[in-house]
Design a protein around this ligand. Structure first.
Ligand SMILES: NC(=O)C1=CN([C@@H]2O[C@H](COP(=O)(O)OP(=O)(O)OC[C@H]3O[C@@H](n4cnc5c(N)ncnc54)[C@H](O)[C@@H]3O)[C@@H](O)[C@H]2O)[C@@H](O)CC1
Ligand SMILES: Nc1ncnc2c1ncn2[C@@H]1O[C@H](COP(=O)(O)OP(=O)(O)OP(=O)(O)O)[C@@H](O)[C@H]1O
Ligand SMILES: [Mg+2]
Length: 354
């Protein structure tokens, strides 16, 4: 049994070693692929869909490398990513910071955080690198954010947002405006709370990626599917939720990350660690914001026909878990998300250097 962030784990504190018996098991009509740390296919099961060859899947790291933009002296600031983070309230200032700084460390050029007024000075004080807009609880929040949308390549909605109705209402408007402009949106944390209240907000929007943890996944499931979840097949459940939401990309985080676009399910089992400090999901959503932009820019030709958002999600999951692994090697039980963020550069080079 995997440890949860808030779970007592007994003397020794070691993570349960047992693998998830369900991983790699295909639901009917699901192609499920588990990829090891070295990118080798561990298990595959096929039913209705045409398989990618084993070699294709071994090259999954290469697909991520293919979407990473070249560093050249010909570029100007902003070209490799201007990412917006929508979140940050009185209680939660760490989450939007983690998401924003992670996007920068992965390789975005600029990160804008749109947060509640009270949260802004705090978030600014963590880092001079984030551009912080204290607008999210203002009466004209949607217009204030909309002004920036033409300049943003992707939005990450939800880290540290909280569940205040005023903020959630404003985020509803921001999501509508982002969809109208065809901007990719990663929805995480309390952004998922909003989607569980109103799934139509995001239904069928092909540039949306949802990144629920297990509990957030359960909430979404209840909101959009009347049937009980199949606890025997997590990959089947992720596939089904994606389909019920109009084939948008869903990343279920956990001991193994399951990623689906309603057509197939990828499993990311990159070795992480048994340390489950809060904020790791924020690192993932921020990384995914920039990688989603890169993947869509690169297009399916660069991803061998695999959905660019699947490639981005697999890349961000692999990176987050590798950061966790590397930080844990150094700091063990005292590892925190800040330590993981310090590993983004080395981990990215190790996994995806071009
Ligand atoms: N430093 C910060 O500011 C942080 C703020 N955070 C924010 O805190 C707010 C609430 O986020 P929560 O994640 O607590 O969401 P919820 O309030 O929905 O709580 C989810 C609960 O589920 C538990 N859980 C997670 N994975 C589980 C699993 N696999 N099995 C069983 N239980 C599991 C968690 O421990 C948590 O208590 C969000 O706005 C989030 O962004 C978090 O991102 C953590 C860091
Ligand atoms: N049991 C586990 N073993 C290994 N890695 C895990 C485990 N659970 C989660 N992870 C990894 O941790 C990262 C964050 O997932 P998690 O479920 O902690 O998100 P979260 O609850 O949203 O985090 P946050 O505290 O930022 O809100 C993901 O990359 C996931 O792969
Ligand atoms: Mg979270």
């Amino acid at each position: 049994m995997a440890a949860r962030k808030d779970q007592w784990r007994g003397p020794g504190g070691r993570a349960g070693a047992a693998g998830n018996p369900e991983v790699g098991r295909a639901a009917m009509g699901v192609r499920s692929v588990a990829i090891s740390a070295c990118g080798r296919v561990l298990q595959r099961a096929f039913s209705l869909h045409t398989a990618h060859s084993t070699k294709d899947m071994e090259n999954f790291f290469q697909l991520v490398r293919n979407i990473v933009p070249a560093l050249t002296s010909k570029k100007h600031k902003g070209q490799d990513g201007r990412i917006g983070i929508v979140g940050g309230c009185q209680e939660y200032t760490g989450a939007p910071y983690f998401a924003g700084i992670s996007a920068l460390k992965v390789g975005a050029d600029l990160t804008h955080v749109f947060c509640a007024r009270e949260a802004a000075p705090v978030i600014k004080s963590y880092s001079p690198e984030l551009i912080v807009h204290p607008v999210l609880d203002s009466s004209n929040a949607v217009e204030e954010v909309e002004k920036w949308l033409p300049r943003l390549h992707a939005l990450v909605v939800g880290p540290g947002l909280g569940r205040d109705d005023l903020l959630l209402n404003n985020v509803r408007g921001i999501l509508e405006a982002s969809k109208a402009r065809d901007i990719p949106v990663v929805i995480d944390a309390d952004g998922l709370w909003l989607i569980a209240q109103q799934p139509t907000l995001i239904h069928s929007y092909q540039k949306a990626i949802l990144t629920p943890n297990r509990v957030e996944f359960g909430r979404l499931w209840e909101a959009v599917l009347s049937s009980p979840m199949d606890t025997q097949s997590h990959s089947g459940s992720v596939l089904k939720l994606s389909q019920a939401l109009g084939n948008i990309t869903v990343v279920q985080k956990g001991e193994h990350d399951l990623i689906s676009d309603g057509q197939q399910v990828l499993v990311c089992s990159q070795e992480g660690s048994s340390r489950r400090c809060g904020g790791q999901g924020d690192l993932l959503s921020g990384s995914l914001g920039v990688m989603a932009h890169w993947a869509l820019l690169a297009g399916p030709e660069r991803t061998n026909g695999v959905s660019p958002l699947l490639v981005a999600a697999w890349g961000a999951c692999t990176l987050t878990r590798e950061c966790n692994h590397q930080a844990f090697q150094k700091y063990g039980r005292s590892t925190t998300t800040t330590d993981m963020i310090a590993e983004v550069g080395p981990a990215f080079s190790k996994l995806f250097a071009t």
